[in-house]
Design a protein around this ligand. Structure first.
Ligand code: ADP
Length: 907
């Protein structure tokens, strides 16, 4: 009760946002009730005019009361509905209007009741009660307001009734009526209170749960990051000391064990990194560290890291980097590397023979950004199309029966996808099961400065290979360095890993210890741990730099830490550390870092890592750039080969089935052959669309030239349409889009042509698809045929209709409407007459026709016929280009000789 009372007098302050939402949600019911009130007021108003007897002597009073009520409700609803449209002001005005409406309604009804009582000497509570029914709905979510308006209004009515009863001008039935109504109002108030109380309670509960989840999330996060830190430290020891074993002259067996320990250590480390990343994503704490980076260096690091793995598996590793990609970009280099390493690693992991290829391109945008497109293809086991939707789910490994023996957790691609999303990019996959997969990653990046990467020598830059025998990169016996870490094992690992460089290494196990040493000794470099008791690495660095009389105020200090996330990376950068190394650290990393820090005059180069076997990496700086989108269509689109070639449209053949077998449209069977064969009425010939498998193979091939495919299919509504198989095949790919052209023959071809023009103009795939939906409605496809015999033979029209048309010497026009083939006009008389009429009618609105292209597609016509047709068309109107094309066999089967069609686009 205390809570309820507390609530009544402090309404909606606890979570104004939630109440606002609830209130806004109640607008619909409010409108509904308003509509009912409106109708009721209208009915009563009409009744008071039509059946005044129902209202007795007070009908006059009722008339005006209901008219006023009617108008109030009308104005109120209209204002509420149309006044303000945006969410915030609408909520505020609603609140205001409703409150005002409630108050004015009461004022109005109470004064009317008083006036009527005085003038007619009797109390009429009906109107008061009618109005009181509406009021609670006006202020449904504010019980306090309800109480404030209801109590005085009802109080006033009680007083009025009391005086009237005393003066004898009311009867008991009015009092009882009012009493019943008062109970109703009170109940209504209680319901309102209770509803709001419940609402607030659930809001409070939700908030509590939210806070708890937040707290748990925080706890989980700090657990993961602590765990990661704690595990990294012993792994550092294991991997570091193991590396020392590998450098020693020990037996083959020991080497084998050490190699296995190294692999297991790396796996464990990857797992920790993945879990840490996942936990960051889950808590929404994953952040990117955006900095300028050198594109070429980044790519060569990746290749340097991975080619050896491909080589181990005897796979070809192809790299194809477009020379025009910007040399310097701005983005999170480390995360992009992580994405690519993950995907290329998978490609190597899931491929047992053939090749793995990385292709890198960029699409420049206007505002100093570019869309980097990385494509990783392999000839491996592929992914079943039904598994593709689950590929990016965490812990999901697809096709487990096949790749159970391959190490993995199923976390990698999930992290990759989340990272790509975070960068505003996209990742898609095309895969043909058992044949191979292609992952396409698009990441928008800002361009740091103009200048292309050019023919970058990736083999040279930053590549690190596995050496048969360990040789330190340099020796520097005069150099002296300090390593600071509270963990003795870590100190030992760093010392041992750098032993062969002959650098003199001092160690300090605390900040204070370090400060004591830096006071007297001048070090050439310092490696500093971060988390140490008493004084951490950051504080220690500051003190060294400010140390009065200290000899290391100018010395470079590198952080060497188990904190491997971006937040810390950014922190160390802010704290001006001269370098950043994460544990577990390799000897090579330490050497490289030290090499950069030491004065060159005391460093003697002993070995170099440039002995990387270049032969395994084939750098093909491609001259023919991949397209962003390629347009494909089917042979039935009747595009002339030169048009298809000019616009780079690839053609998927349909087939025709005869008693002799199945033939590919245009490739294995020609139209004239089909017509000859069809001369024998006993011969049947059936056009057929491509199979799903054929379409799949066709798309897979096209995707080696382009990142996306827009496939323009024949209308899905015609018999043997290629639409369904193409659509099904497209499911195996993420970036094949099948468009139902709603046309056939050159109508479909025209749409493909338009698509190719849009693609050439550099329009994005999504935009082209959008545009094509508009264009396809503007294409006109029709054919005039000699008779319907062929269509009847193919079962497309009834034999009855075909015979009637033929006996009347009619030449029907077949028209595509909404994708369906139908019979339009029929012309009678000689061929010439009918054809002329067809040309003139079809081209009757020259101003409305796009005059760039006209396709004349025909079946079994002579050169004389086509010349005559051209002449007739040119008499009628001028087109920039008119393409005459013999229809494909599959189309000819339906139409037969003596057919031609005019296919064009309207404006
Ligand atoms: P995992 O650690 O299992 O490799 P990922 O998240 O990296 O986890 O990949 C998820 C699943 O996707 C893998 O288990 C594998 O079945 C499949 N997969 C990923 N890349 C490829 C590829 N290039 N070829 C075939 N299958 C792949």
């Amino acid at each position: 009760m205390k809570e309820v009372l507390n609530y009544i007098f402090r309404p909606s302050t606890r979570n104004p946002e939630a109440v606002k939402m609830a209130y806004f949600g109640s607008l619909r019911p409010t409108h509904f009730v308003m509509a009912i009130s409106f109708i009721m007021a209208a009915i009563f108003l009409v009744l008071s005019f039509v059946r005044p007897d129902m209202f007795g002597t007070s009908s006059y009073y009722h008339k005006y009361c209901y008219l006023a009520l009617f108008l109030i409700v009308l104005v109120w609803s209209a204002v509420a509905r149309y006044s303000v449209m945006d969410y915030d002001s609408r909520y505020k005005s609603f609140f205001f209007i409703n409150t005002m409406a409630a108050v004015t309604l009461y004022l109005w009804v109470v004064s009317l009741t008083v006036v009527s009582t005085l003038s007619r000497n009797t109390v009429d509570t009906t109107l008061f009660m009618t109005v009181s029914l509406i009021v609670p709905l006006c202020i449904y979510f504010n019980p306090l307001e309800y109480l404030i308006t209801v109590i005085p209004a009802n109080g006033f009515m009680v007083v009025l009734l009391y005086y009237c009863a005393k003066g004898g001008i009311t009867d008991t039935s009015s009092i009882i009526n009012f009493a019943v109504f008062a109970v109703f109002q009170i109940t209504m108030g209680i319901i309102m209170l209770y509803t709001k109380y419940r609402l607030n309670k659930s809001i409070a509960m939700a908030k509590k749960q939210h806070d708890e989840i937040e707290m748990l999330n925080k706890a989980q996060n700090s657990f993961f990051s602590n765990m990661s830190h704690e595990i990294r430290t012993p792994i550092n020891t294991i991997i570091g000391l193991n590396e020392m074993i590998l450098r020693e002259d020990v037996s083959e067996e020991v080497i084998e064990d050490a190699v296995n320990i190294k692999a297991a250590g790396k796996l464990l480390l990857n797992l920790i990194n993945d879990i840490l990343d996942m936990s960051k994503f889950q808590s929404g704490r994953m952040q990117l560290l955006i900095e300028p980076y050198h594109t070429g260096d980044m790519l060569s690091d990746i290749v340097g890291m991975l080619w050896i793995r491909a080589k181990d598996k005897k796979l070809d590793f192809n790299v194809d980097v477009s020379p025009d990609i910007p040399a310097e970009l701005i983005g999170d280099e480390v995360r992009i590397k992580q994405i690519l390493i993950n995907v290329i690693n998978n490609a190597i992991k899931y491929t047992s023979e053939g090749s793995v290829s990385l292709s890198v391109q960029c699409e420049m945008r206007e505002d100093k950004t570019c869309n980097m497109v990385y494509m990783v293809s392999d000839t491996g086991i592929g992914i079943k199309s039904e598994d593709i939707p689950y590929l990016f789910s965490a812990f999901k490994r697809v096709d487990e029966s096949v790749n159970r023996h391959i190490e993995g957790t199923g976390l990698g691609l999930s992290i990759v996808k989340q990272l790509v999303d975070l960068m505003g990019g996209k990742i898609t996959v095309n895969s043909v099961y058992k044949k191979g997969s292609t992952f396409i990653i698009e990441i928008p990046q800002r361009v740091e400065r103009d200048g292309a990467v050019g023919q970058y020598d990736f083999g040279k830059a930053g590549s690190t290979g596995r050496k048969k025998e360990y040789i330190p990169r340099f020796e520097a016996p005069e150099a002296r360095i300090l390593v600071v870490d509270d963990n003795e094992a870590n100190l030992m690992v760093v010392s041992k890993l750098l032993r062969d460089t002959k650098v003199r290494i001092d160690t300090a196990s605390s900040g204070n210890d370090a400060l004591r040493k830096t006071l007297n000794i001048k070090y050439d470099a310092i490696f500093m741990d971060h988390l140490m008791p008493e004084m951490d690495g950051i504080e220690c660095r500051r003190k060294i730099k400010e140390q009065t009389g200290g000899r290391c105020r100018e010395t470079s200090i590198v952080i060497l830490t188990a904190n491997a996330d971006e937040e810390n990376r950014a922190l160390y950068a802010r704290e001006n550390f001269d370098g950043y190394l994460t544990k577990p650290v390799s000897g090579e990393e330490l050497e490289n870092e030290l090499y950069n820090l030491l004065p060159k005059e005391i460093v003697h180069i002993t070995g170099t890592r440039s002995e990387i076997a270049e032969e395994s990496v084939s750098w093909m700086n491609s001259s023919n750039k991949r397209k962003s989108v390629v347009i494909t269509t089917e042979s039935v689109a009747d595009l002339t080969p030169d048009v298809a070639q000019k616009y780079g449209i690839a053609i998927l053949p349909h087939k025709v089935k005869t008693a002799e077998g199945m033939f590919k449209d245009g490739k294995e069977i020609e139209t004239l052959g089909v017509l000859k064969y069809m001369e024998n009425p006993n011969n049947t010939i059936m056009p057929q669309g491509p199979s799903v498998k054929e379409a799949e193979e066709f798309f897979a091939k096209q995707l080696s030239y382009a990142n996306n495919i827009i496939h323009i299919s024949i209308s899905s509504k015609v018999e043997n349409s290629g639409y369904q198989p193409a659509l099904e095949a497209a499911r195996s790919f993420d970036n094949v889009f099948v468009i139902d052209s709603s046309h056939l023959s050159s109508g479909q071809g025209l749409l493909a042509l338009e698509a190719a023009r849009l693609a050439e103009s550099g329009m994005s795939t999504e935009k082209i698809i959008e545009q094509l939906e508009v264009i396809k409605k503007k294409i006109r496809t029709s054919f005039i045929v000699d008779n319907l015999d062929f269509l009847a033979r193919a079962g497309q029209v009834g034999t009855g209709i075909a015979n009637v048309v033929k006996s009347l010497m009619g030449r029907p026009v077949l028209v595509l409407r909404k994708g369906k083939m139908g019979v339009g006009m029929t012309y009678f008389g000689s061929r010439e007459r009918a054809w002329k009429a067809y040309i003139n009618t079809t081209l009757s609105t020259p101003g409305n026709i796009d005059t760039r292209v006209l396709f004349v597609t025909y079946v079994g016509l002579t050169k004389r016929d086509t010349d005559w047709i051209r002449e007739q068309i040119e008499k009628r109107m001028k087109f920039d280009e008119i393409y005459f094309k013999q229809a494909s066999p599959a189309i000819s089967v339906n139409c037969g000789s003596g057919t031609f069609g005019l296919l064009f686009k309207v404006k």
